[in-house]
Design a protein around this ligand. Structure first.
Ligand code: UD1
Ligand code: CA
Length: 468
């Protein structure tokens, strides 16, 4: 492929059938917006500086999302149709490539290899354009590919404009085209809104090029599932399922055990190491990375999490932007919030919540605790029900707990406070001052026992003063 290719991705429409206030291409499937998926595929055939995204509806949002990728933008003020979308880029696009590949922004399943084949196919022939087509079982909503008596492509007819015989055709336009750039811009003025929808149809360009004596060929793809466009949320869900299937299948081929794979969600950019086991209904989202030999428990949610090797996440746990170091264990029912690290071999158990907290190597917080803005030293034990009071109603404060310390059950640590190495805190204490290394701190009322009190209260007859 030596010829210059530019790509135009049409993403300016609202997508009325989505019934949303958000532009269609900003909806997500497989953990990424639709337009980002299309960009991923486009990267196979053109560099970002020759990739143009047509924006209109929610242009600012789409631009903000895609600017980091270094792509260019074409403004389509009013959405007058797919032909008009490309026409809006005339100044930027004319003369900058040999081939102009135009893609619908709502076809996220498109594979990079398919685009490479499309361009190679076009470049190896005497054609004015090539478009991808597929025989769809239910072509409703798609433009139909009309062929002449000898089977050559003659035109694309849109659903709204087709005769019953034309609409009976199964071969459909899937919305990916490769145009010879010079011919496209030479004939662009012939695109007119002469149809019931009064739109400029990009698909009319096929007929126009043929009329002008140029061949147009269909690049027919056998696996039509890759080319489904999304027009409503039913189709969005179907495409999302396809992405999940694709990803989970790839993980399994790469050596990850996935139990009940149809229940597991793994976003496109997630990485998982060999011999890790993913249990049913787990969700690995965003840019989560999981090392080798881990177990990700049923119903756990990992969101942008960093999980080193040999970690066990027991069921029903949630890790969000946190790091679990090698051999750590969390859950069941742990919540690891952003900015937290669970050190090597440390255990965080059920109903323990961490926020901006570092748990040292081998430390344990096994039951019912809240540790916020806190550091816990190596091998320290945090008793059941320990609470860091990190918030005074206005500001957040730090709690420092040293190594080899023992925090008794139901301790209340009022931050800012330091519990130094090797110290002990008695169960039920409220700790408001520094606990020096190696000391025991008790911060609770001493127990009082009143012998015979119950009998005295009842009186000598034993009559009870019940309050009913
Ligand atoms: C289009 C094709 C149809 C094809 C189908 C495949 C046309 C006229 N028809 O129909 O033949 O079978 O895709 O999915 O092209 N867009 C703009 N500006 C506009 C209009 C649309 O940027 O003025 C963008 C949309 O945001 C969307 C894409 O173009 O990403 C396709 O538009 P859509 O309205 O979904 O086209 P279809 O009716 O599906
Ligand atoms: Ca569409």
């Amino acid at each position: 492929m030596n010829s210059r290719v530019s790509v135009v991705i049409m993403a300016a429409g609202l997508g009325t059938r989505m019934r949303s206030r958000m532009a269609k291409v900003l909806h997500s499937a497989g953990g990424q917006t639709l337009v980002e998926h299309v960009l991923d595929a486009a990267a196979a055939i053109a560099p970002p500086e020759r990739t143009y995204v047509v924006i209109g509806y929610q242009a600012d949002e789409v631009r903000a999302l895609l600017t980091p990728r270094g792509v260019r933008f074409i403004h389509q003020e009013r959405q007058l149709g797919t032909g008009h979308a490309v026409m809006c880029g005339e100044r930027q696009l004319q003369g900058n490539s040999d081939w102009m590949v135009v893609l619908n922004g709502d076809g996220p399943l498109l594979r990079p290899e398919t685009l490479t084949s499309l361009v190679n196919f076009a470049a190896s022939r005497e054609v004015g354009a090539v478009m991808i087509t597929a025989d769809l079982e239910d072509p409703t909503g798609y433009g139909r590919v009309i062929r002449d008596q000898v089977g050559r492509v003659a035109a694309i007819v849109e659903e709204k404009a087709g005769t019953p015989e034309q609409l009976a055709v199964k071969e459909s336009n899937t919305g990916q085209y490769c145009f010879r750039s010079d011919l496209f811009w030479k004939h662009v003025t012939q695109l007119l809104p002469n149809n019931p929808a009064k739109e400029y149809y990009l698909t009319d360009m096929i007929g126009i090029l043929i009329q002008a004596g140029h061949a147009v060929e269909a690049f027919k793809v056998a696996d039509a599932s890759e080319l489904t466009g999304i027009n409503n949320r039913v189709e969005l869900a179907r495409v999302d399922a396809t992405f999940r299937e694709r990803k989970v299948r790839q993980l399994m081929l790469d050596g990850v055990t996935v139990q009940n794979p149809e229940t597991v969600t793994v976003d496109a950019r997630v990485k998982v190491g060999m011999d890790t086991i993913i249990e049913p209904f787990a969700r690995l989202l965003g840019v989560t990375q999981v090392g080798e030999n881990c177990r990700i428990g049923a119903h756990s949610i990992l969101m942008n999490a960093e999980i080193e090797g040999g970690v066990t996440v027991h069921p029903f746990s949630m890790v969000q932007e946190g790091r679990l170091c090698s051999g750590a264990q969390v859950g069941p029912y742990s919540r690891i919030r952003p900015g937290s690290t669970v050190g090597p071999g440390a255990h965080v158990g059920n109903f323990v919540e961490l926020k901006k907290t570092h748990v040292g190597a081998g430390a344990k917080a096994m039951h019912l605790a809240y540790l916020g803005d806190c550091t816990v030293g190596e091998r320290t034990n945090i008793g059941a029900g320990t609470i860091t009071c990190n918030f005074d109603g206005v500001d957040k404060h730090q709690t420092g707990i040293g190594k080899d310390a023992f925090v008794g059950s139901n301790a209340t640590l009022v931050a800012p406070v330091e519990v130094e190495d090797g110290s002990y805190i008695a169960a039920g204490s409220v700790i408001t001052e520094r606990v020096p290394a190696g000391s025991l701190a008790l911060g609770r009322a001493r127990q009082v026992v009143k012998q015979g009190w119950v009998e005295k209260r009842r009186g000598p007859t034993g009559s009870s003063n019940s309050a009913d």
